[in-house]
Design a protein around this ligand. Structure first.
Ligand code: CBF
Length: 834
């Protein structure tokens, strides 16, 4: 009864054919790299070669589909969405692509006949970790959905030589090492030298007199960069479409300065090239804004400029010259989404190109920009809202700055003045330029002023964007600010990462749930069914056993699959409050030491998180967690009732192993701080029960699964605000709650760091002297109570199974296909090209 609708490649590509293709790549493309004798079969070298050959064989099939999609998209002349994002957290591609093409089974068979296990080979691929966290992973899920739904889409980003750093622990401390995802190339990429772009930068602006007496600004650039595109095919699930993610690599315009080389100065001759290459060298390992960093600013400009030129040339190739007369058609055929403010310069670049290279009038250029651009806001945190100094703009992009000034002038004089006549305070508040000792450009203001739509990423977040972040803009343009709740692709986050559960679901759901995730709701009546509960929980148990082995391999720690697997996996940040979790672990440990027979279900607390290298307190929280884990895990007095595991190098592929095995999902940010979260959706979809605050998408998850199937605790957004207004005093909790006091004081001792008292004190200080900006102490008691209730619920096997099943069954809303359809209907106005 399952997957009746799959229109797959499997029908045309058999295991025998795949085997031939794999062998061909082993023998010719890879230059016969394999050692055939049986004794060498499973060496790392051979496994790498087989992984590569399998990926190459698959990519060949994918590229055929990519070409066919291009033809189809041209034929249907559909509007395209161009997604501009500085980050794409793609993870590994082999398993996902095989699932999306419905070729997993036949490839498994082909490899088996060659003596290899496909699941094992999938482990060989490096993660494409070209992003930091939620924002980059969201972009990856959206690309999957766009191709699945047959929309004409292109993702644009940077071809970083090094993605997000690799994390290891040395004596508990985070160590960062460079990520080498494509040291020897990647089988998924296609270089497109024919689409190379030249990008001017630096220099000065000259006023040139025209024959009619007017003055025109002419940019005399100081340097040229070369953008070389690499395409990664994006395969739709059970669809005919393969789109591309186009990543720009930066090179020097000319490889050598031959004059200098001839004079014998070899190093100087390489100088320009090295400079240019640094632009796409490394992803900035920070969720937040790197203010004042020229290289980051050039990264943003470089990829925006390459992408805008590429969008225009792709348009012209298909629809003919772009002129003022055809500009309406351009707006009908092209939409550009700005993923956060990182690609804001694309607005200025489009304006510049239209004005300076296509002879558009100001009015026409501005109108066109408004029609094509829309912007997604992903955070309210002030430190993450980008502001670049005017002097940096002037130095790097002098022509763009003149355009920006003109946009601002028109906005203030026409729109602001019409609504708030002669109101200087309002002009200052809404201006794109922030005045002060150092004048700054507010990138978000430029985005909001230009875009026809601005969206937040969960209902509460979008409401706060309207109410707190941009209330005046909302007053000016009440239709502009809107919501699109985030989503996740069920292909990667269930079908591919949890094969056992997928199989069970497919047996009971009369539809292709990996596409129509809402159809899982038909499982709801089975939530009480004893036999279904047994099967569902047996799979959870099997996944936990598998994770147990992984934990042992990665950390040497033994954990029992009978314990509750309680998971917090996300970037390390104070607002996400990994330290609230840690404080509760300390409290549990104390309670167990006081009464080793305390009746409680054994718990394994599992963390995965990278801290930005410059974020000291985040790194100290990692260190403290590791040190506390060491002590707890080796304390025989507590009879293995408590274990703490910090898995190193958290990334997409590790998430794919943790999520299917999780019982509990920790979503414990301070209310109002997490815009949406998407890990919450992935974990719930795989049957983990959430313990969380009324923040971000947790609120919508609670609405879907019902109050009985989630553990909500803590202050609400309004209560957090009220506390701030009243004046929050963390000492009150320290002084009145004995458990909090004892746990915090423990951090000052050398109990967890023998002979080195005080090493963990900074966390306590952040709560007390630091003012506890994220209200950890205020929420502790309520969190601890919710944890207690959760522990009790887990012991009731039937109750827990029901909760877990309902979480899986009721996640339909969080399919990223639904998010994409929301964008399509309200923002992009696309039609499918098939
Ligand atoms: O919208 C996707 C995600 O973006 C962030 O990660 C971000 O970088 N601003 C937010 O922190 C998440 O809440 C959000 O889910």
């Amino acid at each position: 009864m399952i997957n009746k609708n799959i229109k797959s490649s499997a029908a045309i590509i058999s295991a025998t054919d795949l085997k031939k293709r794999i062998q061909h790549h082993l023998n010719s493309t890879l230059g016969d790299r394999v050692i055939c004798e049986d004794a060498y079969k499973n060496t790392p070298q051979n496994k790498q070669a087989y992984w590569q050959a399998t990926s190459l064989a698959l990519n060949e099939i994918i590229i055929d589909k990519l070409q066919a999609s291009k033809v189809q998209q041209a034929k249907s002349a559909t509007k395209s969405i161009n997604y501009l994002s500085l980050e794409y957290l793609m993870g590994r591609l082999l398993s996902n692509n095989l699932h999306n093409l419905n070729l997993y089974k036949s490839t498994e068979k082909a490899l088996k006949s060659l003596g290899f296990d496909l699941a094992d080979l999938c482990e060989e691929g490096a993660d494409l970790a070209l992003g930091n966290g939620g924002l980059g992973r969201l972009a990856a899920c959206f690309l999957d959905s766009l191709a699945t739904l047959d929309y004409n889409a292109m993702g644009y980003g940077i071809h970083y030589q090094h993605g997000l750093f690799k994390q290891s622990f040395k004596d508990g401390h985070q160590i960062e090492q460079p990520d080498m995802w494509r040291e020897f190339g990647s089988p998924w990429e296609i270089c497109r030298p024919e689409a190379t772009q030249l990008i001017p930068v630096y220099g000065y602006v000259e006023q040139q007199a025209q024959t009619d007496g007017s003055l025109t600004s002419v940019w005399r650039a100081g340097k040229m960069l070369k953008g070389v595109p690499w395409d990664i095919p994006i395969v739709g699930y059970n669809s005919s479409t393969v789109n591309a993610l186009r990543l720009w690599e930066c090179r020097a315009d000319s490889a050598f300065d031959w004059d200098t080389l001839n004079q014998g100065d070899y190093l100087q001759a390489h100088h320009d090239q090295v400079n240019a290459e640094t632009v796409s060298k490394v992803l900035y390992p920070n969720d937040e804004h790197d203010a004042g960093n020229e290289l980051r600013f050039i990264q943003q400009y470089f990829f925006c400029a390459c992408s805008i030129k590429d969008i225009i040339s792709r348009y012209q190739l298909q629809f003919g010259p772009l002129t003022q007369a055809t500009s309406r058609n351009f707006a009908d055929k092209v939409a550009i989404q700005l993923n956060d403010t990182h690609p804001t310069i694309a607005i200025l670049e489009l304006m510049r190109v239209l004005l300076d290279e296509y002879d558009f009038s100001w009015q026409n250029a501005w109108q066109l920009a408004g029609k094509v651009f829309s912007y997604t806001n992903h955070t309210l945190l002030p430190e993450a809202l980008e502001k670049w100094s005017v002097s940096l703009f002037e130095h790097v992009l002098p022509r763009h700055l003149t355009i920006l000034y003109r946009i601002n002038e028109a906005f203030l004089n026409d729109e602001v003045n019409a609504m708030w006549p002669n109101n200087e305070a309002m002009r200052a508040r809404l201006s794109i330029i922030e005045e002060g000792e150092q004048r700054k450009v507010r990138m978000a203001h430029l985005c909001v002023i230009t875009s026809h739509k601005v969206n937040g990423v969960a209902q509460i977040h979008s409401d706060l964007v309207k109410k707190d972040l941009f209330p005046e803009f909302n007053q000016l343009w009440p239709e502009k600010l809107t919501n699109v709740t985030n989503g996740i692709t069920p292909r990667r986050w269930l079908k591919s990462c949890n094969p056992l559960l997928s199989e069970l679901l497919s047996k009971h759901v009369d539809d292709d749930w990996a596409k129509n995730l809402n159809s899982l709701s038909s499982l709801s009546p089975l939530a009480d069914n004893a036999s279904f509960q047994k099967k569902f929980m047996a799979i959870k148990h099997q996944n936990k056993v598998a994770l147990t082995t992984e934990i042992k391999t990665l950390t040497g720690i033994d954990v029992s699959p009978e314990a509750i697997f309680d998971v917090q996996i996300k970037r390390l940040h104070e607002y996400k409050r990994q330290h609230l979790n840690l404080l509760h672990i300390l409290a549990l440990y104390r309670r167990l030491l006081a009464d080793p027979d305390l009746p409680m279900q054994p718990r394994v607390f599992i963390f995965g998180a990278k801290a930005a290298p410059g974020y000291q307190l985040a790194k100290e929280i990692i260190y403290a967690t590791n040190k506390i884990a060491e002590k707890i895990n080796n304390d025989t007095r507590i009879q293995d009732k408590l274990k703490v595991v910090f898995l190193p190098n958290y990334r997409v592929s590790l998430a794919e192993k943790i999520i299917p095995a999780a019982d509990v999902s920790e979503q414990i940010s301070t209310a109002g701080k997490e815009a949406s979260g998407t890990g919450n959706m992935k974990l719930a979809l795989n049957g983990a029960v959430t313990i969380g605050t009324l923040d971000g998408a947790n609120i919508e998850i609670a609405e879907e699964v019902g109050d009985d199937n989630i553990f909500i605790f803590g202050l609400t957004v309004d209560e957090v605000k009220a506390l701030d207004i009243k004046g929050y005093n963390p000492y009150h909790f320290y002084e009145t709650n004995n458990e909090i006091k004892a746990c915090l004081d423990w951090l000052d001792t050398d109990y967890f760091t023998p002979g080195r008292a005080g090493e963990l004190s900074s966390i306590k200080q952040s709560f007390l002297e630091g003012g506890d900006p994220y209200k950890v102490l205020a929420d502790f008691e309520s969190y601890s109570d919710a944890q207690q209730a959760l522990g009790v619920a887990y012991q009731d096997k039937k109750r827990w199974a029901k909760m877990a099943i309902l979480n899986t069954a009721l996640m339909g809303k969080f399919n990223s296909d639904r998010s994409i359809e929301d964008y399509v209907k309200n923002i992009w106005f696309l039609t499918p090209s098939v």
